[in-house]
Design a protein around this ligand. Structure first.
Ligand code: SF4
Ligand code: SF4
Length: 556
């Protein structure tokens, strides 16, 4: 029983105002089809999927439009039926405002699915089940969008001790997991049972913050209805960021996953409730991931959760909730970890758990940044047990190597340090800057390494071709020389033994024979049967002239 379960504390954390209630008063609503869907191909951690469709093609809902590329990559699907208008660069839902390749679909209004059939996952080898989840485009829907198939792994021991399902949803304003647990608890529990069996987990603990009593009750009822064994709903104290994977594992199991280690090294794996729901749909319904629940909250008239197809413009979703006139920004995610969007036309993607609408009154401009006074409050609040002020100093001074020595990449960007900083330093901005610089430098280094390898390869190829050419020329020269030598030898042989020629006597005999043949031909009477009378007369003239000539010469 969850009431008897011993819970553990995690270091740091804060208690911000939660603002969750307004978006939980209405059930989840289906967002309508937009006029155009812009579906980015890159929606998860890892390789960018290859586009599999072209402009002009018709597609059905759930059809594969982006094929996973590389070991860490996840598929992307059409989120409705219609015609592909373009495959082109469009602005991404990222604070950078950069563009990326998207498939633009004009819906046909039928919302017609591809053929879907349940997967016999129990009888399939684990690798095949993982491939199916990769091709169904299932990624972590808690915000990290890590491809889930890579986490369906029983670990080194061949089984997990504990499968942790994350229903904590600790960030202010966001309530999509809460509503999904309230309304679709049975599906989540069935999905948890599938994952329990696939990872051969000894127990499944579904952790939910105790500020969600309706979700806790709904999930407990679902466990009873399904009759799920070894699955327990565990209410946990509400404290931000209890929904961080390492923090939740700590609270539920007492295991502290050290810097640079993975939870699977300790027999634990963690999935978000939304991800578990998507895994159930992929395996039991044969349905790829084409939509998700999105909270629309903040400066809107009707805060609510919507089921939204991927590719729907954020402005369409915000319009459903009714943005107030003083709206000045939209943020993807919550106020602690979210990003301001470059525009409201950017699409909803797999990472969009919340569209937070802002205004100057709701999120006033931060007071001016003051110098760090080394008070250490940030370190006390850091749930990852880091030294935020050290990371800040080195990030600000662009001494990135030192920032990494202070485990910069273990920072989960939860914002607790900035939340408590009396100098109002936007610490997370510095960490994000340092991380992106380090990534950019690594990419540059990788690109330089590739360029150097290519250059060296080209040099080696040119050297090889040069050597091959020289060898060919040498061989040809040797061949020519050998031929000349042969000819010289033949000439020399000719000079030593000339070919036999006919003797003078033989020549004379041949000439005499030829003259005799001519004499016989001349003596033979001419056949004039077929000649005309003129021709016969000409011949008679000629013979008379010859007889006269012979007479004159005395040669009768
Ligand atoms: S809380 Fe702010 S002022 Fe205090 S040590 Fe950390 S960064 Fe410096
Ligand atoms: S943002 Fe990073 S450094 Fe700051 S409290 Fe969170 S984990 Fe610690």
């Amino acid at each position: 029983m969850s009431l008897l379960r011993k819970l553990f504390d995690f270091h740091g954390g804060v208690k911000p105002a939660y603002h969750k209630e307004p978006s939980t008063t209405q059930p989840i609503a289906q967002a309508p089809l937009p006029a155009e869907l812009v579906i980015p191909l890159h929606q998860s951690i890892g390789g960018v999927p290859r586009p599999l469709v072209q402009a002009g093609e018709t597609v059905k809902k759930g059809q594969l439009i982006g094929g996973p590329d590389g070991f860490v990559s996840s598929a992307v699907h059409a989120s409705t039926s219609g015609v592909v208008k373009a495959v082109e660069m469009r602005r991404m839902p990222h604070t950078s405002g950069l563009s990326a390749l998207c498939v633009v679909i004009e819906p046909d209004g039928k919302d017609e699915w591809i053929e879907r059939k349940p997967v016999p996952w129990r009888s399939l080898p684990p690798d095949e089940v993982r491939d199916i989840l990769r091709d169904a485009g299932v990624v972590g829907l808690g915000g990290a969008v890590f491809p889930s198939y890579l986490k369906v792994n029983p670990g080194k021991k061949g089984h997990l001790d504990t499968l942790v399902i994350n229903g904590a949803e600790c960030e202010p304003f966001i309530t999509c997991d809460d509503l999904q647990m309230r309304e679709r608890g049975e599906t989540i529990v069935r999905g948890a049972a599938i994952m329990r069996d696939l990872t051969r987990a000894g127990q499944v603990l579904i952790g939910i913050e105790d500020n969600k009593p309706e979700a806790i009750a709904a999930m407990q009822a679902a466990v009873r209805t399904v009759g799920a064994e070894r699955i327990e709903i565990v209410p946990i104290p509400t404290r931000y960021p209890a929904g961080g994977a390492k923090q939740l594992i700590r609270v539920l199991t007492g295991i502290e996953v050290p810097h640079g280690k993975r939870s699977t090294d300790y027999g634990v794996q963690c999935f978000n409730t939304g991800t578990i729901y998507a895994i159930y749909e992929a395996l039991e319904l044969g349905q790829p991931l084409v939509s998700r629940i999105v909270t629309v909250a903040g400066n809107v008239e009707r805060p609510r959760n919507f089921e939204v197809r991927f590719g729907t413009p954020m402005r369409d979703v915000v319009a459903l909730a009714g943005a107030k006139p003083d709206t000045d920004r939209i943020i993807m995610g919550g106020p602690m970890m979210g990003y301001a969007m470059p525009g409201d036309e950017v699409p909803v993607v797999k990472a969009t758990n919340c569209i937070l609408v802002g205004s100057p009154a709701l999120f006033p401009p931060p007071p001016p940044e003051m110098p760090c006074i080394r008070c250490g409050e940030c370190a006390k609040a850091c749930p990852a047990d880091l030294q935020p002020f050290e990371m800040y100093w080195f990030s600000r001074a662009k001494i990135f190597g030192k920032a990494q020595e202070y485990h910069l990449f273990d920072c989960i960007e939860c914002g607790c340090c900035a939340f408590v900083c009396p100098s109002r330093i936007p610490l997370v901005d510095y960490y994000r800057f340092a991380k992106s610089e380090i990534w950019a430098r690594e990419q540059e280094k990788e690109a330089a390494d590739v360029a150097r390898e290519r250059y060296e390869f080209r040099l080696a190829r040119e050297e090889r071709e040069k050597a091959e050419k020289a060898a060919k020329l040498a061989a040809k020269a040797a061949e020519t020389k050998a031929k000349l030598a042969q000819q010289e030898a033949a000439k020399a042989a000719e000079g030593a033994a000339p070919a036999p020629v006919a003797s003078d006597d033989a020549k004379k005999a041949l000439i005499a024979a030829a003259m005799e043949r001519a004499k016989q031909q001349a003596a033979a009477p001419l056949n004039t049967d077929n000649l005309s009378s003129d021709q016969k007369a000409q011949i008679a003239d000629a013979e008379a002239r010859r007889a006269q000539a012979l007479q004159a010469e005395g040669k009768d």
